[in-house]
Design a protein around this ligand. Structure first.
Ligand SMILES: [Zn+2]
Ligand SMILES: [Zn+2]
Length: 316
């Protein structure tokens, strides 16, 4: 069991840079992560690196220092959240053709290190989005924007970012406006904004460090709902200024910020449910799951970062 008095961090980062020996780097990087007890998901490609990791504060400091002292990653930035435990069960370091799957993988076509939308920070974003003739385009997937998004932003009905290029036709009407792309941590915007420029959009900006960075800088004003994240936390609160729930409880229909994994380990489905109904359902999404023999104990959060070992072994 994790020691709750210990302090952990969850760190998200990405960096577009040319890594000539990306495939070889995977192995040494994995070894390094294991040696300091870092867990998470890290992708390395010729075009750069992208990761979300968790570890003790000490381990995270060593990790960040290692990357920062590598000349390949000069200028890399980290988005750091405090947490009470690991947000991952394991460490994965994988070689990929792209650090985020966009279908825009030809560096001669789209290369964020050469041309991309103008980076604006959270404060600049807050000012700019108030102006007329400015359109905020959320380039995340539908299951993410259903849970949370900026007021008055344009969202796309896509299951995966690689569908983004096909959806740009729908955005033609905004071609002559100021367009700001937003995503979770900024990585998708690097390519999305570059692609919009390529398609003839005139004035393209991107929210630097994404919604996570914006929340840290500004308190997250006007972001409705909560932010979907790709780790054991499932979703995180973003807006401390004027929070407004966006999703509805699957049982009683009241608006809720809460996104849970079903307590039934065989279901594990993500769904929205208010606190009271979750208590009543013991963290299950349905009556069937509630009475299922493999239902995990509900601890009030609906986050199961560490399924019991025997559960994992039964699953695989
Ligand atoms: Zn409810
Ligand atoms: Zn279920």
């Amino acid at each position: 069991m994790e020691n709750n008095t210990q302090h952990y961090q969850v760190i998200a980062y990405y960096f577009y840079t040319h890594i000539a020996n990306a495939e070889e780097m995977v192995e040494s990087h994995l070894k390094f992560c294991k040696s300091i007890g870092i867990r998470g998901r890290i992708y390395i490609a010729e075009e750069g690196i992208n990761g979300t990791i968790s570890g003790t504060v000490e381990a995270c400091a060593i990790y960040m220092h290692e990357l920062q002292s590598n000349p390949l990653f000069t200028g890399i930035e980290f988005k750091i959240d405090d947490y009470h435990q690991h947000a991952f069960n394991r460490i994965h370091v994988r070689y990929k053709k792209e650090i985020v799957h966009s279908g825009l993988r030809d560096p001669k076509e789209i290369n964020p290190t050469i041309e991309t939308g103008k980076h604006i920070n959270g404060k600049e974003f807050a000012q700019l989005r108030e102006q007329e003739d400015v359109v905020v385009i959320d380039v995340r997937s539908n299951y993410e924007t259903r849970l949370g998004k900026f007021k008055n932003s344009v969202t796309l009905d896509i299951e995966n970012f690689r569908e983004f290029p096909q959806k740009v036709d729908e955005l033609e009407q905004f071609k002559d406006k100021k367009v700001i792309t937003v995503c979770t941590g900024g990585i998708k915007c690097e390519k999305a904004s570059a692609y919009l420029l390529k398609r003839g959009f005139k004035d393209v900006y991107q929210l630097h460090n994404g919604i996570i960075g914006y929340a840290k800088e500004t308190g997250g004003k006007d972001f409705d709902g909560s932010l979907y994240v790709f780790d054991g936390r499932v979703s995180v609160p973003i807006n401390e200024v004027n929070p407004t729930p966006l999703a509805n409880c699957a049982k009683c229909g009241t608006p809720t910020f809460r996104n849970l994994n079903c307590a039934n380990v065989e279901c594990n489905e993500q769904f929205n449910m208010c606190e009271a109904c979750s208590e009543e359902m013991e963290g299950a999404c349905s009556d069937t799951c509630k009475s299922h023999p493999r239902k995990r104990e509900y601890n009030g959060t609906g986050y199961y970062t560490r399924p019991p070992v025997e559960e994992l072994m039964q699953l695989k």
